[in-house]
Write a protein that binds this ligand. Structure first.
Ligand code: KG4
Ligand code: ZN
Length: 337
């Protein structure tokens, strides 16, 4: 019997719903909230209000596009956390109501687990293979920078974590200093392709073990620009591509150095990346070169699965359903997990 999961994701500023059948994505809709652009970052109160108005139409459309009848849905999976509490509450409450009204199981999903499991989505892509276990994944987004070891579909261990900012925050905050709008990551990525990544050199942290740090780089970047602007008010404008390329190279070096160390420490060569920053062309290129050099089997997610989406929630939901890991109606969202 096929297993059909309705999944909802509302942890930050994207309202998403997907229908996943036997690990295959039938639909995956994302309503991105543009309301935050004017504020230079996500405004939690506005995010939860937008989720509230988006969730029903997005779910309706996901079910319609999947071509399934509501009665065919076997379970509903939702993001329990981590994320913004007001935003999580919307998806959690919706999922609870849906499960209750249809008398089907409710499945809570850890958002970070979901980012890692995008590599197990069955999407009939040509040449697409899934990783073998143990699998090592670098999760890089606006809120997280983690090295995660996946032992099987449902068991993971965090090997390394950022001790301050996330990699995406480093892109966004440094971009802001250069006058770019939020989120700056994609624009820096594009400009970096035209710049010289050796034009400037920035601070790299000396953190022991597999943890990361980006706050020193952010401060270094800020002071560097402040000093240069004192002599030349057009410094940023005249050097934008080189600044982006050099900044991006520094962030990539910090990430890749730790990923290599984690691979050496664990002996794992099935390696992937996930999260918003995993869309970065420079990071992808660097990892492809490292993979060829080190004999890694590298897994790069489809671009549509790098940002927050419900398909990834549905894939975790599917494996939890097979393992009968269900939640009851008393479940509450968790901002931190
Ligand atoms: O995973 P995500 O959509 O949301 C979070 O859960 O945080 O990640 C968003 C982050 C932002 O910081 C954004 O600047 C960054 O991912 N990002 C990128 C690129 N695309 C998105 N950073 C660098 N290069 C990109 N191409
Ligand atoms: Zn995310």
């Amino acid at each position: 019997m096929a297993v059909t999961i309705l999944a909802v994701e509302s942890s930050c500023d994207d309202t998403s719903a997907a229908v996943v059948r036997d690990g295959f994505v039938l639909s995956n809709l994302i309503a991105t909230q543009s309301v935050h652009k004017a504020y230079g970052g996500v405004v939690p109160e506005l995010a939860s209000r937008a989720h509230q108005s988006n969730i029903v139409p997005v779910v309706d459309e996901a079910i319609k596009q999947a071509g399934v009848a509501k009665k065919e849905i076997d379970a509903v999976a939702f993001t329990r956390g981590p994320g913004l509490l007001g935003s999580l509450l919307v998806g959690t409450s919706f999922a609870k109501g849906f499960a209750l009204s249809r008398n089907i199981p409710l499945i809570e999903v850890n958002h970070l687990h979901a980012h890692v499991l995008v590599h197990f989505v069955n999407d009939n892509r040509e040449g697409h293979t899934v990783p073998t276990f143990p699998f090592l994944c670098l999760l890089v987004s606006g809120g997280h920078t983690k090295l995660i070891l996946l032992k099987n579909h449902l068991e993971m261990e965090t090997l390394g974590n950022t001790i301050d900012d996330a990699a995406g925050e480093a892109f966004d905050k440094c971009g802001k200093v250069m006058g770019m709008s939020y989120p700056a990551g994609p624009a820096i990525d594009k400009l970096a392709a035209q710049g010289n990544d050796k034009a400037f050199s920035f601070t790299k942290p000396m953190i022991k073990g597999l943890d990361f740090s980006f706050s020193g780089l952010k401060t270094n970047f800020l002071y560097f620009l402040r000093d240069r602007l004192e002599d030349d008010k057009d410094f940023i404008e005249d050097n934008l591509a080189d600044l982006c390329a050099s900044l991006q190279k520094t962030i990539i070096d910090i990430l890749v150095t730790k990923l290599i160390a984690a691979s050496k420490k664990t002996g794992i060569r099935d390696i992937g990346i996930a999260g918003g920053v995993s869309a970065n062309a420079g990071l992808r290129g660097t990892l492809e070169r490292e993979a060829a050099k080190r004999g890694w089997k590298l897994y790069l997610p489809k671009f549509s699965y790098t940002t927050d989406n419900a398909a990834m929630i549905g894939i975790v939901g599917y494996y939890k359903y097979l393992n009968e890991e269900f939640s009851d109606q008393s479940v509450v969202p968790l901002a931190r997990i």
